[in-house]
Design a binder for this molecule. Structure first.
Ligand code: SME
Length: 164
């Protein structure tokens, strides 16, 4: 299957950008339920189409801790305990976490010194924690409520479209 990604809309509102991303993601996920394949293509889609990112990808819950999964960006720390850093905090709380300034977040785990802000969206299937989606930006306060809501919708589609 070959798919040409749409150009990200110029000067688009976050809502339009996430609507474009969702349509592109649904196209990528159609007909494929392998979770690694779908995580990998989702990471590439996010990294390619969202501006001002230096890392986009996933940590997967192995029943004990988070282990790095498919991503785009510099090599990252491999294992994160539940409750540790931004990823482990969002996973433990099972809720989206936006950090406007990672240097001001106690326990932030620095994988790329360029990162200044971060958003982490848990992947959950009912009560089951599957992992987290993690985006880093070199720009302070890059992420806001529109990103949280857009990424949560993308994460829900990814979870529903894959076998875990
Ligand atoms: N900063 C994250 C670690 C993962 S990297 O950003 C890719 C954290 O504090 O959990």
């Amino acid at each position: 299957m070959t798919q040409t990604l749409p150009d990200p809309p110029r000067e688009a509102s976050a809502e339009l950008l996430y609507a474009t991303l969702l349509a592109a993601l649904d196209g990528l996920l159609a007909g494929e339920r392998n979770s690694i394949a779908n995580l990998a293509n989702t990471a590439a889609l996010l990294y390619t189409m969202l501006p001002d990112l230096n890392w986009a990808g996933f940590y997967l819950y192995d029943g004990t801790e988070l282990v790095v999964g498919p991503f785009q960006g510099k090599p990252a720390c491999v294992r994160i305990a539940l409750g540790a850093g931004v990823c482990g905090s969002a996973a433990a709380a099972r809720s989206t976490l936006i950090v406007a300034d990672v240097h001001a977040f106690p326990g932030h785990i620095a994988c790329d010194a360029a990162s200044r802000s971060e958003i982490v969206v848990p992947l959950v299937a009912g009560p089951r924690l599957l992992g987290v989606m993690d985006l880093d930006s070199p720009r302070l306060a890059r992420f806001g409520p529109a990103d949280a809501s857009g990424l949560e919708t993308l994460a829900a589609h990814l979870v529903r479209a894959s076998d875990w």
